[in-house]
Ligand binder design. Structure first.
Ligand SMILES: Cc1ncc(COP(=O)(O)O)c(C=O)c1O
Length: 400
């Protein structure tokens, strides 16, 4: 057996299941699950129709690179979305479709990490974080180096404290903007700084932007790494890779469709790796994805639904909890008046509402766990349920 498997941590949802095991919440209160970040708005009909129309494609093997039409629609979307020059992203060299970004974020570490037995390389990871980053680093033979994203630094990674000997051994850095779970959006200035560091210390940036289309202000969509690189004049996107997904943007988590775009040299090696991993998108998925990337109307409607939910839920919560509206994403990241595990367990016991303890999403670094005394609340359920949950949470907090 691969000894590195033993280094993997239990997944947060396993810990959550163990935490609430044996609890019998009140039957008269309908269960409301805000623990998992699984979108529950309807998938766009036009995409489902395209999927159905193209089922015949299941009789052919897909290519890892994806169809030229899919790569073109992805490149056009990213060029538009990130205000790049019209031909900035070349569909042949700068874009690769992936079967969801979860596996893609994992696979990038397997591609770019060069393991060394005596001095393992580092992968820098924000803390709290999407759990795949850590597993990807460990299974690639690297060590995670966590950088806390705390309220005190605007929930950003403060990279000024990373020691030189860590930079020397850093091969990959994960960034998540908008952040899961904090909802923080990096500015173009933040991005410029990170890209400059990557050139100085020679590491690759995997920029997880899967929440980039869930934002509140239509006039100010979150910038991304491609936009920052282009503004810096980096036409080759050196060291920069952006990961995008249809899961949250288009409510298609089951379609398993996304893309990676950026540095052509890294993408060439990544493509090589992926031909062996065998994770090409099925042809019907590719056809449906083209339709999804080409349409923005359903994405705007989706944002409207989240905006309404955030307005109503934050109004309902009032000042019961210390919580802020995130810059983007569909998560709330409130501070809890008691420890996050007890808060979660008792909320479930009394109110049949399930959230995720913040400490399950983060590691203790320098004696500090940035998720302690916080919970992640995913506003994915229908509005009435989210508002109902907010009412129950308020009541519960007021009873503490
Ligand atoms: C931060 C983050 N990145 C990536 C993903 C993976 O999304 P998908 O594999 O559906 O593209 C998720 C899913 O929850 C996520 O929260």
């Amino acid at each position: 057996m691969n000894a590195r498997l033993a280094e993997l941590q239990p997944y947060p949802f396993e810990k959550l299941a163990a935490l609430v095991e044996g609890i019998d919440p009140p039957k008269e209160k309908s269960p409301i699950r805000l623990s998992i970040g699984e979108p529950q708005h309807a998938a766009p009909t036009l995409v489902l129709d395209a999927l159905a129309k193209n089922l015949g494609g299941a009789s052919t093997y897909p290519s890892t690179k994806g169809s030229p039409e899919l790569r073109q629609s992805v490149a056009r979307w990213a060029n538009r979305r990130f205000k790049l020059a019209r031909q900035a992203l070349d569909p042949e060299r700068h874009v690769l479709p992936v079967a969801g970004t979860r596996e893609a974020l994992f696979a990038i570490a397997q591609t770019v990490i060069a393991p060394q037995s005596d001095t393992p390389p580092f992968v820098i990871i924000p803390n709290p974080f999407y759990q795949i980053y850590e597993g990807a680093a460990l299974l690639a033979g690297a060590r995670p180096y966590f950088v806390n994203t705390l309220e005190a630094n605007g929930y950003r990674m403060d990279l000024s404290g990373v020691p030189d000997d860590v930079w020397k051994r850093t091969q990959l850095l994960y960034v998540c903007s908008p952040g899961n779970p904090t909802g923080t959006v990096l500015t173009l200035r933040d991005w410029t700084h990170i890209i400059e560091l990557s050139h100085l210390h020679d590491f690759i940036i995997a920029s997880d932007e899967c929440y980039s289309e869930i934002y509140f202000n239509e006039a100010a969509p979150p910038p991304g790494i491609l936009e920052a690189a282009a503004r810096m004049g980096l036409r080759d996107y050196k060291n920069c890779l952006a990961f995008h997904s249809l899961s949250k943007r288009s409510n298609l988590p089951g379609l398993r469709s996304g893309f990676v775009a950026g540095d052509a040299a890294i993408l060439a090696s990544y493509f090589n790796y992926r031909t062996y991993q065998g994770c090409a998108l099925p042809p019907p998925t590719q056809a449906a994805s083209i339709v999804a990337w080409n349409d923005e109307a359903h994405v705007r409607q989706n944002r409207d639904l989240y905006r309404e939910k955030f307005d109503a839920v934050l109004t309902e919560l009032g000042d019961a909890l210390e919580v802020r509206r995130p810059d983007a994403s569909f998560y709330l990241w409130p501070r809890t008046p008691i420890d996050d595990e007890t808060f979660t367990r008792e909320l479930y016991r009394r109110e049949n509402v399930l959230v995720l303890p913040g400490s399950y999403l983060s590691r203790t670094v320098d004696g500090k766990n940035p998720g302690a005394n916080r919970v992640r609340v995913a506003l994915v359920a229908p509005a009435a349920e989210c508002i109902g949950a907010a009412e129950r949470i308020r009541r519960y907090v007021e009873s503490l």
